[in-house]
Design a protein around this ligand. Sequence first.
Ligand code: PLP
Length: 300
Amino acid sequence: MHDWSKGAAIIRGEIVPIAEARIGVTDWGMTRSDITYDVAPVLEGAFFRLPDYLARFAASRAALRLSIPEDDAAIRATLHAIVARAGLRNAYVAMVASRGAPAVPGSRDPRDCVNHFYAWCVPYLRVISAEVEARGARIWIARQTHRIPEDSINPRVKNYHWGDFTQALFEAYDHGADTAVLTDHAGNIAEGPGFNVFCVSGGRLITPRGHCLEGITRQTVLDAAAEAGVAAEVRDIPLAEFLDADEVFTATTAGGPVPVVRVDDRILGNGAPGPVSEMLRERYWQMTRRAALRDPVVYA
Ligand code: PLP
């Protein structure tokens, strides 16, 4: 019997249990990371801000000159179908466009590749575990690895170029941290493996301008801050300023905002999540329940 509860995928138009989902070894998505993706959440039975995720996915495909037959309406219908098939009320839902394999065997010309779309969903997951979230995350600012330069790989296009993140994670673990944050080559804060970052200084909320994905969660946090009357800035954050911040937190689809209680060896707020971070985290989860931002899944 298939175990749909672990997730479902659609590949070449067929819905299969997640454990059976496969792509070919000659696919340039595999051999060259020539691929883009996006991940939307299903929370308590509905997609949250799905049009925003679909728009970002379309922009990423355009930036990489990836062309798939499916339009936004078809992608939306497919995502709904796999989540309904898996019966997941809380899910991490990935949509992927890959360069594919060349139709002309052995060709090195990307124009010969047959681009294709697939999607998959698994039970909702968190980039930072619930246990770490409860006590507050410890982050390490990577010194040996920087985020890949924007003019090499555009970080606003969600991508599988995670070599820098992975090396930074090992460096973080070596220093007893839960996860890493990377800087750009000029020493400004960029992002972490799967999340954006915020800091709070003198009551102002600040998040990096460049060298990062323009996160949907980041946007929701900025919206929540605007509603709460918290002044926010999207701009470069030099490392020294970040290290001096009153509060720090991370933000991602896979877990929402998560407070940070240690940066490098420095303890923030006596080791407890800061008040602005906590207020915005609470408002974030309230916003995920707003009907206008939800697209309910119809389960069989
Ligand atoms: N930065 C990176 C590198 C990511 O992979 C992610 C994804 O989850 C984020 C930031 C946060 O973006 P979002 O809030 O849209 O999930």
